[in-house]
Design a protein around this ligand. Structure first.
Ligand SMILES: Nc1nc2c(ncn2[C@@H]2O[C@H](COP(=O)(O)OP(=O)(O)OP(=O)(O)O)[C@@H](O)[C@H]2O)c(=O)[nH]1
Ligand SMILES: [Mg+2]
Length: 242
């Protein structure tokens, strides 16, 4: 089998999903569990701040210098999909500075259901929903839900408090995903965190072995923005429809 040309560098793993679904917490959990066995670094994307990077640094799960913040200044999908330059620079800087790295995690800014990473930026991507967003979200579809390499249904510990049946939400998601994996996760459920770690180890092994091909979950549906949004500096090129 031909060797995948990207297999000698770190696996670049993106984490996207709506605002507040637990992306930073998921990344903190991965760093806590895997940084003993893998050489890791993290790139965070925030629109206006470096809040996520500061959260991860304060979690004490990785050396501070291994966490870079990209301040996108525009809606998240612009920086993870349309013009990936700032993110790619941050990833490559970390890979050079801390060579050889095994795994670079890239957190997207929180967005809606439509933002996915360009396969030119990450090799694989996790899309993160949470039970508090409602049990029906998994049925609503979109490129991340349908085709990300892994769909996480996060904060499963909260399900009883928000009237969501996790098994049902996972089954709905599986139906929408054509057999691609779905994982119910809670940072307070060690078994679920270990399942996520195993999945990352498997993808990393496939990446190294040239068996993993980065796939594009697909673009968001075309849409336009109102004049007032454009006036506020919503950063897209003219004629751009995402
Ligand atoms: N109960 C529970 N709360 C969680 C879990 N994971 C994260 N949270 C909480 O959910 C909130 C949002 O978590 P973050 O990790 O900051 O979410 P995020 O997706 O990175 O947020 P943005 O980057 O702002 O989009 C915080 O209050 C976390 O403490 C979980 O497994 N269970
Ligand atoms: Mg975050």
């Amino acid at each position: 089998m031909p060797e995948n040309p990207t297999s000698t560098r770190a696996l670049r793993l993106g984490v996207a999903g709506p605002v507040g679904t637990g992306k930073s917490s998921l990344i903190a959990a991965l760093c806590r569990e895997l940084s003993g066995e893998l050489a890791m670094a993290v790139v965070t994307n925030d629109i206006y701040t470096d809040e996520d990077a500061r959260f991860l640094r304060s979690a004490g799960v990785l050396d501070h210098e291994r966490i870079h913040a990209v301040q996108t200044g525009a809606c998240p999908h612009t920086a993870i999909r349309d013009d990936i330059t700032a993110n790619l620079d941050a990833v490559e800087d970390l890979e050079e500075e801390f060579a050889p790295l095994d795994l670079v995690l890239v957190e997207s800014g929180g967005d809606n259901l439509t933002a996915t990473f360009s396969p030119a930026l990450v090799d694989a991507q996790v899309f993160c929903l949470d039970v508090a967003g409602g049990g029906d979200v998994a049925r609503k579809g979109g490129p991340g839900i349908a085709r990300a390499d892994m769909l996480v249904v996060n904060k499963s510990d909260l399900a009883p408090f928000v009237g969501v049946e996790v098994e049902r939400m996972v089954a709905d998601a599986e139906k929408a995903r054509d057999g691609r994996p779905v994982l119910a996760l809670s940072r307070s459920d060690a078994t679920s965190v270990e399942r996520l770690c195993s999945w990352v180890r498997d993808i990393l092994a496939d990446h190294r072995g040239g068996r993993h091909t980065p796939r594009d979950p697909g673009p968001m549906a075309p849409h336009s923005h109102s004049e007032s949004e454009r006036g506020r500096g919503h950063g897209h090129a003219p004629g751009h429809s995402h």
